[in-house]
Design a protein around this ligand. Structure first.
Ligand code: ACO
Length: 429
């Protein structure tokens, strides 16, 4: 076995095992470091920390490679729909025709929401953010669809996975209907997964509606692009909650909360708001670039930069193509797309962005597609969550079946006061 040797103060040395992953990347195994040396490692933001061994997603940020279970994202987007990719992530292999049909049927069967849950929606204030409703509704599923692990644990987990995959789509659509103040439209056996969602969102009792095939295809592709991204912030939250023994609904609800932030999934909403602001201010792309470079200005180019990708995000490339397809199909040209393209060109030829390897990420173009489909800005991160769901589930399951599973509990470097005595209240300043 390969080993790394560390010297402390140039004197004592310790051997640490090196683990080589299936792609040939090496990691120093520090699990016994504290026991051997009394020391821990310091890695805020976990940029150099491997928190688990995983077989789900491979990501090479330097080369711009993304694969789910070994299949390239470009291949999956071209040849599969979202349901097949969800199945792949959750079960580890692509379904055959029979399995795919059975899975679609199962998802249809479990798509309704308990009537009492429907009444929850009506109590939310009109200005609620859809992500807060989504997180609350998903954790509420634990109350309405009890997980009885005493019976047959594996069967119960399967049922929970299916319910979550199916009902979260219904919850997402109902959240939109609540915001609009219109009646809920229940899911229908007539439609596929994405068409069903669009129908629940946009159909009306007075105007005939039929989901548009280009938009169905676009939604499938977008959900696939978002379906997993290994140990990102929200997936890490899901795994951590799972590591404490938290059930799947609670772990996914935690993942939704983590995703909401503008530095993570909330960036798709922030991108459109940024593009709209640039448009309102006279489309001055140069000014936006200068502000993003100014260290005294908190302004960042939203949809740019990534912790792992140091080249063009492969998902952004596909999202840009989907964006063109959808707008072309609708016979539209969105001024925000023109600004986005100009912004991308300006950033990619600017030294600041070049030196820091800042490229468009997945969120840069997706908002323009959602906007063209009639999805309101504050629902964009909900769309991201729908896509990410199978990834979260796959990671929760992987943790659940991991023989090394332990509760996630990092250490810290304590920098506070050493030891103090509580003074009487009269003597405190
Ligand atoms: N605009 C301007 N400067 C940037 C940007 C940006 N979008 N992103 C990073 N930088 C700069 C930082 O100011 C920093 O500069 P410095 O080294 O001079 O201090 C350097 O690049 C490194 O940035 P960090 O924030 O340290 O990089 P980190 O890996 O921690 O953050 C993140 C990555 C959060 C994605 C960051 O690039 C960002 O805030 N981007 C905008 C938000 C966004 O698009 N998020 C979506 C990410 S994809 C996803 O989650 C689905």
């Amino acid at each position: 076995m390969k080993k790394a040797e560390i010297f402390i103060d140039g004197k004592k040395s310790f051997d640490l095992p090196i683990i080589i992953d299936t792609m040939g990347n090496q990691s120093v195994d520090i699990r016994n470091l504290r026991q051997q040396t009394g020391m821990i490692t310091y890695d805020p933001g976990f940029g150099n920390t491997g928190s688990c061994q995983s077989q789900i997603t491979y990501l090479d940020g330097e080369k711009g490679i993304l694969r789910y279970r070994g299949y390239a994202i470009e291949d999956l987007v071209e040849h599969c729909d979202f349901i097949e990719v969800a199945y792949l992530l959750i079960h580890g292999y692509l379904p055959n025709k029979h399995e795919r049909e059975r899975y679609a049927e199962l998802l249809n069967r479990h798509s309704l929401l308990h009537a009492d849950m429907q009444s929850f929606f009506r109590r939310y204030p009109d200005h609620s953010h859809p992500m807060s409703i989504l997180a609350a509704m998903v954790v509420s599923l634990s109350s309405f669809y009890e997980i009885n692990l005493e019976e047959d644990p594996e069967l119960q987990i399967d049922l929970t996975v299916t319910r979550l995959m199916s009902k979260m789509r219904t919850i997402a659509a109902f959240t939109y209907r609540k915001m609009k103040g219109t009646d809920f439209i229940n899911p229908s056996y007539k439609y596929s997964y994405c068409a069903n969602f669009l129908n629940m969102m946009f159909s009306s009792p007075v105007v005939p509606y039929e989901p548009n095939p280009t938009q169905i295809r676009a939604m499938n592709k977008l959900l696939i692009l978002h379906a997993d991204h290994e140990q990102n912030c929200s997936t890490t939250a899901v795994r951590l909650i799972g590591s404490a023994g938290g059930n799947l609904y609670s772990a996914v609800s935690g993942g939704i909360c983590a995703l909401w932030g503008p530095r993570h999934g909330g960036a798709n909403q922030a991108v459109i708001e940024m593009l709209q602001q640039i448009h309102t201010d006279g489309s001055d792309v140069k000014q936006a670039i200068e502000r993003a470079k100014d260290k005294n200005d908190p302004y960042r180019l939203m949809g740019f930069g990534h912790r792992v990708y140091k080249t063009y995000d492969p998902r952004a490339k596909i999202a840009r193509e989907v964006c063109e397809e959808v707008l072309q199909d609708m016979g539209q040209r969105d001024p925000l797309l023109d600004i986005a393209e100009e912004l991308e060109q300006a950033a990619l030829s600017d030294d600041y962005f070049k030196e820091k390897n800042l490229y468009p990420n997945v969120d840069f173009y997706t908002g323009i597609i959602f906007r063209a489909m009639g999805i309101p800005t504050n629902m964009y991160t909900v769309m991201f969550a729908l896509g990410r769901l199978p990834g979260w589930i796959a990671h929760w399951l992987e943790w659940h079946h991991d023989p090394f599973e332990r509760i996630g509990r990092p250490r810290q470097l304590y920098m506070g006061p050493t030891s103090r005595v509580v003074p009487p209240i009269e003597e405190r300043e």
